[in-house]
Design a protein around this ligand. Structure first.
Ligand SMILES: Cc1cn([C@H]2C[C@H](O)[C@@H](COP(=O)(O)OP(=O)(O)O[C@H]3O[C@@H](C)C(=O)[C@@H](O)[C@H]3O)O2)c(=O)[nH]c1=O
Length: 178
């Protein structure tokens, strides 16, 4: 795998290293040793699968607080998504900054989300499927969220928001939360 660190320290884009032959190719999409070599936490508590029939669906921005903070390794296995992370580490020089990456079934790209980052995505195609590894178990009492359109975050979503859950449209704005 090829690792490219984003401007948010610890958040990496992962590209596959294709071993091609006349049958097609082979590639690793998860390797605990390679992740550990670049300092990433390779724990696996859950592998989640999510299907989104409607183009422009938005899910996020989600994170879990202690003691259930989590890392995620996010991949789009069908269609395409715009995947966004927000740095919520208060002592980070990039606190509240975000990065957006296009993950598609065709580019085989994945995004590693460190602990204490909010995560969300918008589907760029109909029938987009997302699969992600999570390092901690889903813990509803520790679940928190940011508003996808919080002016303090200023995230430019590529498409109009065609579908969003009630929960996600009601997360507090940062100004309300503090
Ligand atoms: C995340 C999750 C949800 N659920 C349940 C709760 C609820 O009944 C249903 C749908 O939950 P949600 O609306 O939270 O699903 P969703 O909005 O897809 O939540 C996910 O969004 C992306 C952006 C993330 O980063 C993930 O970590 C996760 O928070 O599934 C689980 O049972 N286990 C889980 O791990």
């Amino acid at each position: 795998m090829f690792f490219t660190e984003t401007k948010l320290a610890g958040a990496h884009i992962l590209d596959i290293d294709k071993k091609a032959d006349n049958r097609g190719f082979f590639a690793r999409i998860f390797c605990a040793r390679e992740l550990a070599e670049v300092g990433l936490k390779p724990d696996v508590a859950q592998v989640n699968l999510c299907f989104n029939p409607t183009q422009g669906t938005l899910r996020g921005m989600h994170f879990q607080v202690p003691p259930a903070t989590e890392t995620k390794l996010v991949r789009c296995t069908r269609g395409a998504i715009y995947d966004v992370i927000v740095d919520l580490r208060p002592d980070s020089p990039t606190y509240l900054q975000h990065v957006g990456v296009e993950l598609t079934a065709d580019n085989y790209r994945a995004l590693f989300v460190p602990q204490m980052f909010a995560h969300g995505y918008q589907t760029l195609t109909p029938d987009a499927e997302v699969s992600y590894i999570v390092s901690e178990f889903y813990t509803p009492g520790c679940e928190r969220g940011l508003r996808h359109n919080d002016p303090k975050l200023n995230i430019e979503w590529p498409l109009p928001i065609n579908l969003i859950s009630d929960k996600d449209s009601q997360w507090p704005l940062l100004d309300e939360a503090t």
